[in-house]
Design a protein around this ligand. Sequence first.
Ligand code: BES
Ligand code: MN
Ligand code: ZN
Length: 502
Amino acid sequence: MDFELKSVSLAEAASWSADALVVLVSDSPASAASDSPLAALIAQAHGSGALESGVAKLLSAYQVSGVQAARVLLVRAGDGSPSSVRKAVAAAVGALKQPGIQKIALMLGLIEPDGDAVSAAVQACAEASYVYTHTKPSAKARALRRVVIGVSKPDAVRDGFAYGKALVVGMEVAKEWANRPANHATPSMLADCARQLGRKPGFKTEVLGPKEVKALGMGAFLAVAQGSAEPLRFIVLRYNGGTKSSAPVVLVGKGITFDTGGISIKPAAEMDEMKYDMGGAASVLGTFAALAEARPAINVVGLIPSCENMPDGLAIKPGDVVTSMSGQTIEILNTDAEGRLILCDALSYAARFKPRAVVDIATLTGACVIALGAVRSGLFSPDDGLAAALQQAGEAALDPCWRMPLDDDYAEGLKSNFADMGNVAGRAAGSITAAKFLQKFTAELNWAHLDIAGTAWKSGAAKGATGRPVPLLLRYLVSEAQSPLPDVPPRRKAPAKRPHKG
Ligand code: BES
Ligand code: MN
Ligand code: ZN
């Protein structure tokens, strides 16, 4: 899909040639002189009440006299904020999702958008026109080829426009891989995708197989993979956009390409959806694809432990004890709590990069879906600064998360009589106990964990991947690039001890 940014007035928009012209109208339309055909149309639509108030309300017109585009869509964009613009453009482009509509002219000039609003518009165009075709040849591929965005001052929003285009590239990579069924998205296939990204300038990819992973002592990761005929892959991606000496941010993505639960097998209903249990990995691949476009001045490492979780004669059994790369032993009480087992070894591996921050992204727990639903991802971090940076990135990117607690008392249930820890605690606070498990492998790290089980996927009729949290991650990385990069990796401060009273 192709985007262009242009300087266009409302009068000029009337002579724009496109299959459809979409005009975003704010709540308080400037009383534009109604001497141009579009201004007259908007004034009448307003005055008559035909264009209802409320974000994303649409009014479509056909063959308006004096207007070149056959179809005109007026759409309410509320206060013109990025989130209103996103909803408005998604509604309009969604309504125009038909074979004949290949080129849309999108007039944003009336709402005087800032860069974020333009980025939101670009994102919405892509989201509303996305079609999954990889294993469905009968699906009509995306018809929309070209979107020309009109504003009055293009120079003021050029950065936001470029940012939006980079984001779209990344989100589509993430969506595509999370949507693909497990037999079309194996660990080796994810590795091939990473290798392709590794060919871009400034990028490097390394892929480890079972032998190398064994040599590293990743006993927890190996244990999950051992029940599957599909060989595991440990993917290491690097983007060097910053100076050589600047410490990288490490992103760790859970890459379970299918989660049956293993011997602690899941019920049949909706098990198909466990193909998106590599949503964290997909978001890392997507973020790297976006980095290749946006090219911020920062170093980033992506780590993806990837395998299937299958029941098999060789599979791990409840009660088995394995030794993680950190040396800590784990009693696997439930083989369905596999995500934390592959992530813990990847977190140990992350330490070698002496990172400024490590963020893991995982479809980790059903409990997080219960707690936060599909609206906000779960955010866990002992570090207030890192938590605030991620929270803010999520708000700005319209990809929000919510910080959850990490009190040590939540780790009580992970105690085991037969190993340094069990891999599950009780049913209560399941997303937090999972995070507490991961935290045991982050002693040296400035670490945060995003549980995206609820946000990476939509169930129901619109079933499919969302591309989240690529917007949050890209935003975070770009804002980190803008803040001064320390030459020496910051050590996480020991938590301040509260002075005793009395
Ligand atoms: N991949 C699942 C978590 C999940 C559930 C993601 C629903 C998306 C939607 C994870 O591996 C899992 O099975 N977690 C268990 C943990 C339990 C055994 C402690 C869960 O959430 O039930
Ligand atoms: Mn599981
Ligand atoms: Zn899982």
